[in-house]
Write a protein that binds this ligand. Sequence first.
Ligand SMILES: Cc1cc2nc3c(=O)[nH]c(=O)nc-3n(C[C@H](O)[C@H](O)[C@H](O)COP(=O)(O)OP(=O)(O)OC[C@H]3O[C@@H](n4cnc5c(N)ncnc54)[C@H](O)[C@@H]3O)c2cc1C
Length: 438
Amino acid sequence: MKKATKTDILIIGGGPAGATAATLLAQKGFQVQVVEKAKFPRAHVGESLIPFCYGLLNELGVLEQVQAMAFPKPGVRFTNESGERYSTYCFANVIEGPEKISFHVDRANFDKILLDNAKEKGAQVLEEAMAKDIRFEKNRVSLDVELSNKDLQTFNAQFIIDASGQNTFLAKKMRTRKKYEHMDRTAFYTHWHIEDPMEELKEGIQQLISFENKDKGWIWVVPIKKQRLSVGVVLNNASIRAWKKENPTTEDWMQGVYLDTLHKSKQCMEILEHASIEHKLATTGNYSYYSEVKYGERFCMIGDAGTFIDPIFSTGVFLGMKSAFIVADALEKQLNKFDNQALATVYEDINGAYVLIKKLIDNFYSKSFNFYGSDGEFQNNDSAIRLLHFMLSGDFFEKQATYNEFFEKLKNPVFFKRYQKMAFKDHHESVFTRRTCN
Ligand SMILES: Cc1cc2nc3c(=O)[nH]c(=O)nc-3n(C[C@H](O)[C@H](O)[C@H](O)COP(=O)(O)OP(=O)(O)OC[C@H]3O[C@@H](n4cnc5c(N)ncnc54)[C@H](O)[C@@H]3O)c2cc1C
C-alpha cells in the first residue's frame, strides 16, 4: 500500500453527477480528487436529455462541444401501441430561445466531455480506480481505492461525494438503500441502424410508446444519430416472469422478451421496418431505489448514487447534474463554515424534485392520466398541458409548490376544473394532432 494521498474533496464516480461536482468545486478553489472505476469513454444508458440541461451545460462551459456531437431533441411524442392515439409535446410551446431544442447524446462521448472538462478546470481524475473501502474518522474520511494493477491506494479528505451511480457505493456500505417496491421493472435496450427513419425521428422527436395497460410495458425510441436509434423496452418484472413461463424453451430469453414486446406494437414495427440491431442487448433491473440517508457531516450522495426512479421522463442526467450544482454551492458554504445548514437545505430541494418526478411517474402508470390523449381529460385542460410541458422540460426545482398543488388538484375533480379555466392561448390543441414540432 502506497502512502495516503490528501485532498479536500473526494468524489467516487466520474459520470455526469460526479464530473459536474468536480468541475464546480475545483473552480471554487477546492482540491478535488475523482476516482472512476472505468476508462472513459465508456458506454452508458440514458441518452435523451431534457431542456433544463441546457443552462447547466452552458455554465460548465461545454455547451458548444455538446451541441457539436448531439442530435437535436425538439420534443417528446407519447403514443399508444398502435400509434393511432398520440400527443406531441414540443418544448417550444413553453420555452423561448435556443434551449427549446434539447439533445440526444451518445453517452460515451457526452460523459467524456464532462469528465475531460473537470480535468481542465483543475480536478484530479484517476480512471480505472475502484472505490473499495471507506472509513469515517474524527476529522477526515479515508477511502481505499483499487488501481488497475490491483494495488491499493488510500485517499484522505475532509469530505466525500458519492456519485457512483447505480453502484450506490455508500448506500450499500451504510445499508440505507431501499427499493421502490411498486416500481419493480427491468429495461432491455440496444442500438439499431436505420437507413431512412420516419420524419419525426429525422427531426429528433423522442418516441415513447406505451401499452394500454402500462404495467405491461413501454418502449422508447431515441434518435441519437441520423441513422442510429436507441430502442429500449421497460417491463414489469411480473410480466417478464409470465413471459418466461410461456416461453420455457427460448434460448436467449432476454432477446426473446425484447423482440416480442417490440413486435406487439404496430407503431414500433412501423418505425423499425428497415432497421437492424447494431449491438448486443443490454439490461438494467431493479433500478428504482433511494437511500434513506443522503448526506451527513462528511459525505453526501448525488445522482443515481442517492436515488433512481423509472426513466420514462428522461430525468436522470439532469437531476444528477442539477444536484451537483446546488450541492457544490452548499459545500462551499459549509466547508468554509459560513452556513452549517447549507447541505440540509439543498437536500430538501433535491428530495422535493424526486418526489415531484415520482408523482409524474405514478400518474403515467395510472390509467386515469392519459399522456397520449384522445380520450384523456387533458385534451380540455389548458394549464395542465402547460404544466406538463414544463415538467417534461425539467422544471423540478424552482416551482415545486405549484406542481405539488397541481397533483393534489388532480385527485379532486372539483378543484381540477378550476385549472381548466386558466388560459393557455396558442398551442394546446396541436398537442393531440401534430406529429412533428416543425
Ligand atoms: C433504462 C434506463 C434508461 C435511462 N434513460 C435516460 C434518459 O433517456 N435520459 C436521462 O437523463 N437519464 C436516463 N437514465 C438515467 C441515467 O442513465 C442516470 O440517471 C445518469 O447516468 C446518472 O448519472 P450519475 O453520474 O449519477 O451516474 P453514472 O452516469 O452511472 O456514473 C457513475 C460512475 O461511477 C462509476 N463507479 C461506480 N462504482 C464505482 C466505484 N466503486 N469506484 C469508482 N467508480 C465507480 C461508474 O463507472 C460510472 O462511470 C436512464 C436509466 C436507465 C436505467
